[in-house]
Design a protein around this ligand. Structure first.
Ligand SMILES: [Zn+2]
Length: 49
């Protein structure tokens, strides 16, 4: 598992997501945001080792 720092494009909240695949290749992902309480686009900021 790798931790990735994501940033919601709508509210700007930054949070960590643990997944087993490489998000860096995607650049952005569509994921549920706890602050917006809906699915939004997120920018992949960095990988946390
Ligand atoms: Zn959000």
């Amino acid at each position: 598992m790798t931790r990735w720092l994501l940033k919601c494009n709508e509210c700007g909240t930054e949070w960590y997501l643990e997944v087993s695949f490489n998000l860096a290749e995607m650049g952005k992902i569509y994921h549920y945001c706890k602050t917006c309480r809906k699915n939004t686009f997120h920018t992949v900021l960095k990988r946390e080792d």
